[in-house]
Write a protein that binds this ligand. Structure first.
Ligand SMILES: Nc1ncnc2c1ncn2[C@@H]1O[C@H](COP(=O)(O)OP(=O)(O)OP(=O)(O)O)[C@@H](O)[C@H]1O
Length: 239
């Protein structure tokens, strides 16, 4: 069964058509990348899958449920592009708040907070107010929040922006580990080498999916050597 199915989705903001007839199938257990330049429509598409934005046309499904669905939001973890954290609270207090929204009981919440803070390597900073966190630490804390309730589907909007190469590598190692545990992961990026780490990709430009496939397929079909060249060959150049 598909974990996510996007069918004929189109959306406009005012007169700007941001998504045009987008179709996608994301299989259970894969790391799926949405690759495209700034403004291509990645965040808009992701918000429809998460269920926080309803498309003008078409449908987004998570498993066998049409989004938006409050019930289905519980099976997914979403990390937005900008961190939605309370600066004056500590990391622990932030996570406690998010955990209660997801309905985690007190004991389980306490246990999961410690587990996820270990995963993102912030355990030693649990009781520090978020305003004392660096940008990269805030990103990692947002990731921890998305993981709290052990979602089947993890949706990460530009998770490694502002994160140094060493941490970026460690986050990718974690993504691969969660995948092995059965989690399906959708990640948006405009970084070509990150796109190359995904099992499959959809290349987006100006609201269109211009190509879909594994990095290898996309390179081979376009007779190119790199994802970047493939993107250009499929019509990804601007203007
Ligand atoms: N709430 C909104 N109101 C009006 N226009 C919007 C809104 N959200 C997005 N847009 C416009 O929709 C287009 C696509 O934006 P979107 O954020 O989906 O792109 P993106 O591919 O995620 O870009 P980035 O990599 O910069 O985040 C842009 O032109 C943007 O200005």
């Amino acid at each position: 069964m598909d974990m996510v199915h996007v069918k004929d989705v189109a959306h406009s903001f005012g007169r700007e058509e941001v998504l045009k007839e987008v179709n996608l199938s994301i299989q259970e257990g894969e790391i799926f990348g949405l690759l495209g330049p700034s403004g291509a429509g990645k965040t808009t598409l992701v918000k429809m899958i998460v269920g926080i934005l309803e498309a003008d046309q078409g449908e987004a499904w998570v498993k066998d449920v049409k989004m938006p669905s409050l019930e289905q939001m519980k099976v997914l973890g979403y990390m937005a592009q900008s961190d939605a954290l309370y600066n004056e609270l500590s990391a622990r207090e932030n996570l406690d708040f998010f955990g209660s929204i997801y309905g985690l009981r007190t004991k389980k919440r306490k246990q999961r907070i410690e587990e996820v803070m270990n995963i993102v390597d912030l355990y030693d900073h649990l009781d520090k107010p978020v305003q004392k966190y660096s940008g990269g630490m805030k990103r990692r804390l947002s990731l921890a929040a998305a993981l709290l309730h052990e979602p089947d589907l993890l949706i990460l909007d530009e998770p490694t922006v502002g994160i140094d190469p060493i941490l970026r590598q460690s986050i990718w190692n974690e993504l691969k580990r969660w995948q092995q545990n059965g989690t399906t992961i959708i990640v948006t990026t405009h970084v070509m080498d990150e796109a190359g780490k995904c099992d499959r990709l959809a290349m987006l430009r100006d609201g269109y999916v211009i190509a879909t496939g594994s990095p290898k397929e996309l390179r081979e079909k376009s007779h190119t050597e790199t994802i970047e060249e493939a993107f250009l060959a499929y019509g990804g150049e601007k203007g």
